[in-house]
Ligand binder design. Structure first.
Ligand code: SF4
Ligand code: SF4
Length: 289
């Protein structure tokens, strides 16, 4: 089974617009949005939820008031200042609780519960391009890497059950935990960059990460014509590092038009940018093997 991951190292490169177009063009695939903190592929694909599942990870303290004698030990012991007292009632600030379990261990009345934390929701959905798995982590929650792993497992399971041999994943921006969880074991990565110094810098970081995990990486320079000099520097970098340059796409307002219409750009009839993206997808398919 092939798993093609589209990543960018930074936000705003047009990665999600391109992923939506590739989802339109690819045959027989599962679509996966692995940006669980700020997902946006659903805005273009408008999924219909078929399964909605809670995502639980880590634990948090919860004081059962009935058993609490108000001794204050938990407040003293919590080094994250997550426990406070008001009018004699002790409570836990869940945003501060780090789940260290110290208060649970030291409460003389054993009245602090330690349930699993409800951190977000994940979905199995249908879209006009096929099945999609995606999620939304609640604001401020951690464990994004675990949620990404869960989504990938679910995507593989659905693919195996339905004889599908391609998973097309839209990765998170940056090089943090969710991107690392997306990369390990992926078939290949497509790195979408833009011709600016910061785009190049972020491309280098994410490309280094791919090398670390021994994931083959190809590059797309999006909006290449807005800064031809920078585009040439990136081209040179790809040559030196042996990253195939899969496409250089021009800036085209049709991309924005597609976003406003909640469509993949390749759905808007015969356009120049649509033609270039189709060629890029053919190259990606060859690259993925
Ligand atoms: S340590 Fe236990 S009994 Fe004491 S204030 Fe905290 S919750 Fe209440
Ligand atoms: S689990 Fe740890 S961080 Fe959370 S309230 Fe208890 S002592 Fe504080």
């Amino acid at each position: 089974m092939r798993e093609i991951l589209i990543i960018s190292g930074k936000g705003g490169t047009g990665k999600t617009s391109l992923t939506a177009a590739f989802a339109h063009l690819a045959d027989n695939k599962i679509i996966c949005d692995l940006d669980v903190d700020t997902p946006d592929l659903h805005l273009l694909l408008q999924p219909r939820h078929e399964r909605v599942m809670e995502f639980h990870a880590g634990n948090e303290a919860q004081i059962e008031q009935d058993g609490c004698t108000g001794c204050g030990t938990c407040e003293e012991m919590c080094r994250f200042n997550a426990i406070s007292q008001r009018d004699g009632v002790y409570s836990v600030d869940t945003l501060r609780c780090e789940g260290c379990k110290v208060c649970v261990a030291f409460c003389p009345e054993q009245t602090i519960l330690f349930p699993e934390k409800y951190c977000g929701t994940w979905y199995r959905s249908s879209t006009r391009f096929g099945t999609m798995v995606h999620a939304q982590l609640f604001p401020g929650e951690e464990n994004s890497g675990r949620l990404v792993t869960l989504l990938r497992q679910e995507a593989r399971k659905i693919a195996l059950e339905n004889n599908i041999d391609l998973i097309l994943s839209d990765g998170a921006p940056g090089v943090g935990c969710p991107v690392i969880s997306s990369l390990s074991g992926a078939h290949c990565a497509v790195l979408v960059t833009e011709p600016t110094p910061s785009g190049r810098h972020d491309l280098e970081r994410v490309a280094t990460l791919c090398d670390h995990f021994r994931i083959r990486a190809g590059v797309i320079i999006n909006k290449a014509d807005i800064n031809p000099d920078e585009a040439r520097i990136i081209e040179q970098y790809c040559r030196e590092k042996d990253y195939p340059l899969l496409a250089q796409l021009p800036h085209d307002p049709v991309i924005t038009e597609a976003m406003v219409k909640a469509r993949a750009v390749t759905e808007l009839g015969e356009t120049e940018i649509g033609k270039s993206i189709r060629q890029a997808w053919k190259k990606i398919e060859q690259f993925a093997g």
